[in-house]
Structures are given as C-alpha cells and as structure tokens.
Design a protein around this ligand. Structure first.
Ligand code: SF4
Length: 493
C-alpha cells in the first residue's frame, strides 16, 4: 500500500518537531514530512493539503493548497497570526500551533479533543498551575484559550492533576526515590508492541547471566542510594512473570535483602500475560510482599487475542485472575486496549461487561498506539488504517464501565500516533491507585531503573531532569553491566 504524504515547508528551523506532531495529529494515517528552507523534494498526495509556514517580522503566515491533478480545483488559503519581537520561544511556538490548528480544523472540518497539545503529559500543565495556587476555573479557561483543548478533556486533566497532587504529597521528593526493574522478556510478541521485549524462549539459557547483572545493579543501588527512603518499587517489562518461580524467588529475595523496604508504599509486579502466570509464581510474589499486580487481558475476545499474537485465551485470563485472588492479592489491575483491529463499540462493551464480572481494583484503558517498527505498522499497510476504529463512543464505554466499578480516573498520558488521537487513562478504586504510574508521568521524584532498556531519571529540587539509559540489547547489557553502573554513578553523584 502506498503511503499518503503531507509535505510541510517551514522557513525557520527549530519548530519541525512541533509542526510535525500537530499535523500528524490531524492526519494520523499519513506520512508527514517537514522541510526547512531549500526546495521540497515531494508534493503532498492528491486530495491532501500542501502546507507552507513563513515567519515574517510581526506574524507567521500559513499557506494551504489542496493538491489536485486538476489544477483548476486547487484551493489556496493564506492565513496569519501576529507575533512580537519580545516573545519567548514558547510563546512563538504556541502562536504557531494555534495557527496550524485553526487552519487544519477548518480544512478537515473537525476539532481535536486535546487541541494543540501533542505532548505525552498534558496533566503537567494543570498540576503546575495548581501548585502555583491557581483555581480550577482559571486553569480550565487558560487551557481552552491557549491550547484549544475541549472542555471535557480540560476538566478530566484538572480532575486527575488534583488527585495526583494529593497522592504524591505522601512521597519523599527530596530524600527519597523509587525503583524500576525491567524484565524484557515475553511469551510472544504482541502485534502492537513497541517496548523492549524479546521472546523468553530465546533467553531461557542466559537468564542466570541476566539475573546476575540485575543483582549487580541492585547492589550498586543499595550502596549508593541505600541511605535514602525507598517509596515505590515497580517490576515491569516485558513480562516479569516469564521468569520461573525460582528465578523470581531469587530476584525478589535479593532485592529485599539489599534494600530497606520499611517505607515502601507500593510494590508492583506486572504479571501481565495470562500465559505466564502460575500459582507457584503468584505465591512467590505474595511471599515477598508484592502489594499490586496486573493481569492484563487487553480484550476479552479470543479472536482478537489470536490476531494480536497474545497466544492465550479469555478463559486463561479469568483463570489467572481467579488464581491471583485465591493467593490473596487485593490490588489487581487490568489493562485494556481500545481500537484493536476488528473491534468497535460493540466489542469494547462486551469486554467491559466481562471485566466487570471479575471486578478488578483498577483498570487502565489504552488507546491503541501505532508505532513504526511494530508488526501493527505492517498490518496497517496490508489492511488499511480504516480497519482500526477507536472513537469517542469506545472511550466513553470504558470510562462508564470504570465508573460503574466505583473507580475514578487518577492518571493519564498520551502517546504519539494513537488511534483516534485520544489518551490512556488509569482508573482505580479509592485506595488502590498506582502511585508509581503517577510518578512516571509527573516526573517529581528520582527513579532508578535497572535492567536492559530501562531509563534512570534524576529529578533535581529545581525540577530539572537528567536521564541515563541502559542499552536495550540484552547481550550488550550483560556484557557492559559495569559500564551501565558507572553511568548511573555519574548521574546520581
Ligand atoms: S506483553 Fe507487552 S511487552 Fe510483551 S510483547 Fe506484549 S506489548 Fe510487548
């Protein structure tokens, strides 16, 4: 399938990323190319807009031509927005995005629920304003006027920011930290996967080496950060429960031996895939004090599970959930994906009905994200983007289902290229919120991350953030573990 192209000509460098993200939000099915000065090499595909953006002394001009082979059919529009010399870069960027948004909303005849906001952490804006003492009405009108966000999304993000602020108030920002451990292995690779994940079967023989490397990182953390308060621990991936029960026992035992868990508020392990869960493994997690786990169906339709390569059934999800309850877990999360191939409102409603019967403690509703490099990307090339169908209706069905299970929204993030340009929302019952999830989004506390492909973030008191990443390749990670540790030592010193 030939990809549709939109060409954008920009006469000033420095805004390519912002322009690209916003145009792409209007045309998720198209390849958007932003050229800076010079000649553009290609024109937009017929029927799509060819866009030019020019910075004048006191304004930005936007030209749009609807590309057509019949030249006489071409429509040209010129638009402008005033700017001033004294404006900071962020203000100029806002003006530029407002201009693009206004023109493309008219061109497409529709508005985007998140307006000009294309970043992954929209709740950071209301969170910062709440911390500055602004009231809700002021924040909402600022978000609507500046970013053209819909009232509904504005209210949702403020509601979540208020809850996050309260939940995070119990953490130790200055003298505490959180810990992430990545287990980048899965039983099979899901169609849409964009994470660091490798089939477990290829790595079983080298698990001893991987665990040794992790233990080295844990020992370093204890030596270097052991005097600080450990607030939350999250073991994710991949699928941590692809480890055998003895391997999990060894890892968690070592972790608890080396680090002080006396202040830990939340200890999560993603049990994720039903095809990796056994009673023995769940008992090991329970034995070492894991407080929160995920059993993620993504959908309650066998046909879709097969299509997305999960290789487990709905029945297995129900059995894994029942097993987790039997073993005594009282905080179980379930992840769903809305907009999966072949699924619309009816299928999502059915999934929600099934999930309600299980009654998990929290639910994370993701909008399918289309990542280049995932198998889904190739699937779309074969089947067309119209086979994916995420809508307001499916988002509302998930939100309504969560509400009926007595859950409230408590964290939110967006990804690039989401089906329907929506968001991912975490819902939970009172007292069952996933604090680590909020931390990742709001970036308020240092998170030390161990394992292949993980990223450590140091958050300074003034809000600055510095990162260092571990290599994604598992062999390299094992081989260069001392180097990974040295990078962390440097970052955290
Ligand atoms: S379970 Fe998650 S990490 Fe593993 S393959 Fe599927 S999407 Fe990727």
């Amino acid at each position: 399938m030939e990809e549709k192209l939109i060409a954008v000509m920009l006469d000033k460098a420095g805004f390519e990323y912002d322009v690209h993200s916003l145009v792409k939000a209007f045309f998720p099915e198209c390849d958007v190319k932003v050229f800076v000065e010079g000649e553009k090499e290609v024109a937009s595909t017929e029927g799509l807009p060819d866009i030019s953006l020019r910075f004048e002394k006191d304004s930005i001009l936007m030209g749009v031509v609807k590309v057509s082979e019949e030249k006489s059919d071409s429509r040209f529009h010129g638009f402008k927005i005033p700017i001033e010399d004294t404006m900071e870069r962020a203000e100029v960027k806002n003006c530029l995005k407002q201009l693009i948004y206004t023109v493309l909303a008219e061109f497409c005849g529709r508005h985007l629920p998140w307006g000009t906001l294309t970043g992954i952490r929209p709740t950071k804006i209301p969170m910062t304003m709440l911390e500055e003492g602004k009231d809700e009405a002021e924040i909402l009108s600022y978000m609507q006027d500046t970013y053209f966000i819909s009232r509904e999304k504005g209210e949702l993000s403020i509601d979540i920011a208020k809850r996050e602020k309260e939940l995070l108030s119990t953490l130790h920002y200055e003298d505490g930290y959180s810990l992430y451990i990545g287990i980048p292995f899965c039983p099979t690779t899901c169609l849409y996967c964009s994470f660091t994940s490798y089939p477990i079967v290829s790595w079983k023989k080298r698990m001893e080496e991987y665990l040794k490397a992790l233990e080295k990182e844990i020992a370093f953390t204890a030596e270097f950060y052991g005097h600080r308060i450990l607030d939350t621990v999250y073991i994710g991936g991949g699928t941590p429960t692809t480890l055998e029960a003895e391997e999990l026992d060894r890892l968690l035992g070592y972790l608890k031996e080396k680090l002080d868990f006396s202040h830990v508020k939340e200890f999560t392990v993603e049990a994720g895939r039903a095809d990796s869960i056994t009673r023995e493994k769940l008992e090991v997690l329970k034995k070492w004090g894991v407080t929160r786990i995920s059993v993620n169906p993504q959908t309650m339709h066998d046909k879709t599970l097969q299509l997305i390569g999960r290789r487990h059934t709905v029945e297995q999800v129900k059995e894994a959930y029942a097993l987790a309850k039997e073993v005594g877990f009282e905080n179980i999360n379930m992840d769903l994906i809305l907009g999966l191939p072949g699924e619309g409102a009816e299928e999502v409603a059915e999934t929600i009905r099934e999930v309600k019967q299980l009654a998990p403690d929290s639910l994370t509703a993701h909008s399918l994200a289309i990542k280049r490099g995932s198998r889904l990307y190739q699937w779309i090339e074969e089947h067309g983007i119209s086979a994916l169908n995420n809508t307001d209706e499916t988002m509302e069905i998930a939100a309504g289902g969560a509400q009926e299970m007595d859950m409230v929204p408590y964290y939110l993030y967006r990804q690039k290229n989401m089906s329907g340009n929506f968001e991912n929302v975490g819902y939970a019952k009172e007292g069952k919120f996933g604090i680590y999830n909020i931390l990742i989004m709001e970036e308020k506390q240092t998170i030390i991350a161990l394992g292949a492909g993980s990223i450590t973030k140091r958050v300074y008191a003034d809000g600055r953030i510095e990162r260092c990443d571990n290599v994604k390749d598992v062999s390299l990670y094992i081989e260069k573990i001392d180097e990974m540790i040295e990078r962390k030592r440097k970052l955290l010193s």
